[in-house]
Design a protein around this ligand. Structure first.
Ligand SMILES: Nc1ncnc2c1ncn2[C@@H]1O[C@H](COP(=O)(O)OP(=O)(O)OP(=O)(O)O)[C@@H](O)[C@H]1O
Length: 666
């Protein structure tokens, strides 16, 4: 049942002949005329819930969006005395938009356009309070509306190393997997690439403006738009979609939006300074001023309304510019401007257009009530589009992270070269000084082990700090848009980093271990590799936690430095563990430096039964056991050391995950 194709208008508005909303617009009201409402309930509940019908060819149906008594408050900057914690940015506004409308939401800067758009799209940032009713086809909107509507942001954020096709496929897998088969998803991606003129550049890397070359501004915008219309949402919100585009690209984009509305979609755009041609494509206009509605209705009707107030648009003027200028608060003329705005808004409320909007809102509200009763009676709950299962989210996020990683080979090559260089340097410094089993080599061997520990700790620890701050805006947008969960994202990042740490550690240890001349046994070497791989990942887990908990790399570093300093000191090499002061000795249990040193020492000194004693050396350590004891190490704790590191690894990741979940909600 498609309300946009219904043939029987059934509601007559008080002044339908001159109405902004013709009686034919009230197709939704036909439900009230059906004598056998019960028989229609299955269809109507589907209508109410806006769920995607079962087959690919059935598109989601159009939607009427209404809002009334809508006020939005934001947290005002705290003034001295904290008198007004909230500032009202939208003041008791109401309105209605019907399927098939291309709506321009305009007004001067600060009028409240983005705030209204976000409120209607159910995408207000945390801290913004929305008071009032917003309904979609009569039903009060909730979180599921966010999943079933599209939102094209003003600034496009992508993973720049993906191609246009890969980006769309990735988004399709996450957005559509609950309702579409993989084949249908692929078809939809192909269809959009073709329809939006992206076929030519489908295999071009998206790139990052100013950093790596990739898609043009217009192509990026179209790609962003394609991501949002993948699921064919009944309502699409666009925040300044033409900003940054030349006139031709802007017109092309608005034509695409227009095309959507011709298939029954509702498209709402905030828009700044459109050209006359672009503006003419919008069939409905909502003008905001000082958080109030100054006009709402057909674009053509706006000129007449302003004229009736004595504001005539000069013939050579772009009407869009004229409206915005008339409603702007001009610096130096604030009082006059505000009284003009007040007069226009007050006048609009009493026009017949405003009355018809009120009537439509009432119809929608009563329809919503009727449907709610029906669905409650039949046990049907309205549902939105299904989010992909957690495992699918995780797998595709890992895929994206790997693609991103191998498309930046220079970074990996550089890191491996750096590891090789440091391993050669460290290896050469210790070369030839560890071989003879005498008292001097004890210190040299412990020093070599400490170098292995630190070189596999600090690069991973500090290297992980950039993981989240660098991708935070992308993550927030995707997670809040319901594309994937913070846990899937966090764990995908962790998993994607593991192979790099394993390879880098293995390369480093292989070179350094043999060049230094540590215990020449394959078993000892492999054990050492294993210990250091765990160490490297534990250090990275710690860095990942600080990265997730802090808003920038600089803040993370300032917290991390004192933290790693303590761990470093209590690592068992710089100071004998038995002589640590009581009040600080507990920190050694948090130190993976200690666990690594102890485990590596156990491997090196195991089965060392005799160490030469020079008579000048006092005290003399005769065997491996005594060396271990001297450093307050215990070889029997080897498995405890490994388990403790794994425990620290898991704890840091749990804390990191909690931090990312908390921050994504705050
Ligand atoms: N989260 C917020 N915290 C504090 N003030 C806010 C917040 N969001 C919006 N505002 C304020 O509310 C008013 C309306 O903002 P909004 O972004 O909706 O305006 P706009 O019409 O979209 O402006 P522009 O065209 O410049 O983007 C502005 O004065 C803005 O400073």
């Amino acid at each position: 049942m498609d309300p946009t194709t219904s043939s029987t208008p059934v509601v007559t508005t008080p002044d339908s002949s001159s109405s902004e909303f013709s009686s034919a617009d009230f197709t939704i009201g036909r439900l009230f005329q059906q004598p056998n409402l019960e028989e229609k309930q299955a269809e109507e509940i589907a209508f109410l819930s806006l769920t995607r019908p079962s087959s690919h060819t059935d598109r989601p149906i159009g939607a009427t969006l209404t809002w009334r008594d809508l006020s939005v408050y934001v947290t005002a900057p705290k003034a001295k005395g904290n008198v007004a914690p909230f500032k009202r940015v939208l003041n008791n506004v109401r309105g209605a938009l019907q399927p098939g409308s291309l709506v321009a939401l305009m007004g001067a800067s600060g009028a409240g356009k983005s705030t209204l758009l976000n409120a209607l799209a159910c995408r207000c940032p945390p801290g913004v309070v929305v008071d009032g009713e917003i309904r979609i086809n009569g039903r009060l909107i909730d979180r599921s509306f966010c999943d079933m509507s599209g939102y094209v942001y003003q600034d496009d954020i992508f993973v720049g190393s993906l191609t246009a096709r890969e980006h769309l496929l990735f988004t399709a897998r996450l957005k559509m997997s609950g309702n579409w088969t993989v084949h249908e998803q692929n078809l939809r991606v192909q269809e959009l690439l073709t329809d939006l003129g992206l076929i030519k550049c489908q295999n071009v890397i998206i790139g990052e403006p100013g950093v790596t070359k990739g898609l043009s501004g217009g192509e990026r915008k179209r790609l962003s738009f394609a991501s949002q219309v993948l699921t064919d949402p009944p309502v699409l919100f666009c925040d300044e979609p033409t900003t940054g585009l030349d006139t031709f690209s802007a017109e092309r984009l608005v034509m695409m939006l227009k095309d959507l509305t011709q298939r029954g979609k509702t498209v709402v755009c905030t828009i700044h300074q459109p050209s006359s041609e672009t503006f003419a494509m919008f069939d409905r206009l909502v003008l905001l001023a000082e958080g109030r509605i100054a006009y709402q209705g057909s674009s053509s009707g706006a000129l007449g309304f302003f004229e009736s107030m004595g504001y005539t648009c000069p013939a050579t003027y772009n009407p869009a510019d004229f409206y915005v200028q008339t409603l702007a608060v001009i610096p130096g003329l604030e009082d006059t401007s505000r009284s003009t705005v007040r007069a226009i808004c007050d006048r609009f409320i009493v026009t017949s257009t405003a009355k018809q909007i009120d009537l439509l809102i009432q119809f929608e509200t009563s329809l919503g009530q009727e449907m709610l009763e029906l669905s409650t009676k039949n046990g049907h709950q309205p549902v939105g589009l299904h989010q992909a299962r957690w495992a699918i989210q995780f797998l595709w996020l890992v895929w994206r992270a790997f693609v991103d990683s191998y498309r930046n080979p220079a970074v990996h090559t550089l890191r491996i070269l750096q590891k090789i260089a440091i391993a050669l340097l460290a290896g050469l410094c210790f070369h030839g000084v560890l071989g003879t089993r005498d008292q001097k080599t004890i210190q040299n061997i412990q020093g070599a082990l400490f170098i292995l520990t630190t070189e596999n700790t600090f690069p991973a620890l500090y290297g992980a700090l950039g993981i989240f701050p660098m991708e935070w805006p992308l993550f927030l947008r995707d997670a809040r848009g319901g594309l994937y969960s913070p846990s899937a994202y966090y764990l995908s990042k962790v998993v994607a980093l593991i192979p790099g740490y394993v390879v880098e550690t293995f390369v480093f240890v292989t070179i350094a271990y043999w060049l230094m001349g540590l215990k020449p046994e394959a078993g000892a070497f492999l054990y050492s590799c294993w210990i250091l791989i765990v160490t490297c990942n534990t250090a990275a887990a710690c860095g990942t936690f600080f990265s997730a908990a802090c808003e920038s790399i600089a803040v993370a570093i300032s917290f991390l430095i004192p933290f790693d300093y303590i761990l470093f000191i209590t690592g068992g090499v710089l100071i004998s563990l038995s002589s640590l002061p009581e009040y600080v000795s507990w920190t050694k249990y948090l130190s993976w430096f200690l666990y690594t040193n102890e485990a590596l020492s156990a491997v090196q000194w195991q089965n060392v039964t005799s160490i030469k004693c020079d008579e000048t050396n006092f005290p003399c350590l005769h065997n491996g056991q005594e060396v271990m004891k001297h450093f307050s190490f215990d070889s029997s704790r080897f498995s405890v050391d490994i388990t403790s590191m794994l425990f620290i690894y898991c704890t840091f990741h749990m804390l990191g995950l909690m931090a990312i979940v908390r921050r994504s909600r705050s």
